[in-house]
Write a protein that binds this ligand. Structure first.
Ligand SMILES: Cc1cc2nc3c(=O)[nH]c(=O)nc-3n(C[C@H](O)[C@H](O)[C@H](O)COP(=O)(O)O)c2cc1C
Length: 253
């Protein structure tokens, strides 16, 4: 399984075996993290791997696992979005190595800060006690028809990209992404509601959007589609009733 294929089989794993992950695999994960591609070269993100040890986990909706990754980033939207984009590539790499993972948005573990960046969340990982993968047809997700407005019928590759985007995990399975498909352009919006008025929820939404953008990038790469991400000022300035404009992705064949 490669990282792209992992999009289709990943699921959140909440029960782990205590079996150690071989040192060689941990080294490969560290190397993968060092070479990961960013969404935005101005934003810094740091990922720290640590073993469970005796540290008591604090926070809500915790999951006990033999290993964790703590994700550190700046507090602005671009940094948080970038952190989601980077973190999901690591999660998919772990899945491709047959490891189970679960994002933990409200768990406090590991250092609170690293090199001036704040810990955004942690990710539990290890060998799953139970099924590590799933059939994507069983993933609880909104149908594409509810996520997309089609101004034009998309081509086969673009449909596959949207299917990969749809499967992205999100906090509380909120799936905040919406797409307007116009020829070879996809306009991306982030849903805004009463919950996103809470600062932490708005930040989680930005992180979720970053996760989804990594699925788009991986699918586009898989199909050899050239894509360019642009931010169109006229949409940024416009106030939408239920969402915020994120960016436009232009696919060049
Ligand atoms: C940013 C983020 C934070 C999350 N926080 C938690 C959490 O604190 N506890 C938990 O059990 N699951 C957490 N999840 C997992 C989601 O509930 C899960 O991804 C979503 O329900 C979709 O299910 P799936 O991952 O199995 O596809 C989080 C996911 C994301 C992306």
């Amino acid at each position: 399984m490669n990282v792209y294929e992992a999009i289709y089989s990943r699921r959140s794993v909440r029960r782990f075996l205590t079996d150690p992950v071989p040192e060689e695999v941990l080294g490969q994960i560290r190397r993968f993290i060092r070479n990961i591609s960013s969404l935005d070269h101005k934003s810094r993100v740091e990922i720290e791997m640590f073993e469970r040890g005796n540290e008591k986990l604090k926070g809500l909706w915790k999951v006990e696992a033999p290993f964790y990754l703590a994700v550190y980033c700046g507090g602005d939207t671009a940094s948080v979005r970038n952190a989601g984009y980077v973190a999901e590539q690591v999660v998919l790499y772990l899945t491709s190595r047959e490891l189970g993972t679960c994002y933990l948005g409200e768990t406090k573990a590991g250092m609170q800060e690293k090199d001036g960046l704040g810990r955004f969340l942690v990710i539990a990982f290890g060998y799953a006690d139970g099924p590590a993968f799933r059939d994507p047809a069983t993933a609880r997700r909104l149908p594409l028809g509810s996520l997309c407005v089609y101004k034009d019928e998309p081509g086969e590759n673009l449909k596959a990209v949207l299917k990969a985007a749809r499967l992205a995990p999100s906090s509380f399975n909120s799936q905040p992404w919406r797409f307007v498909v116009y020829g070879d352009r996809v306009y991306i919006f982030a849903k805004r509601d009463a919950i996103t008025r809470i600062r932490r929820m708005a930040a989680l939404r930005d992180f979720n959007i970053g996760i989804m953008l990594s699925h788009i990038m991986l699918a586009a790469e898989e199909f050899w589609m050239n894509m360019e991400t642009v931010t169109e000022e006229q949409f940024l300035k416009k106030a939408y009733k239920n969402g915020d404009y994120v960016c436009t992705i232009v696919f060049h064949s």
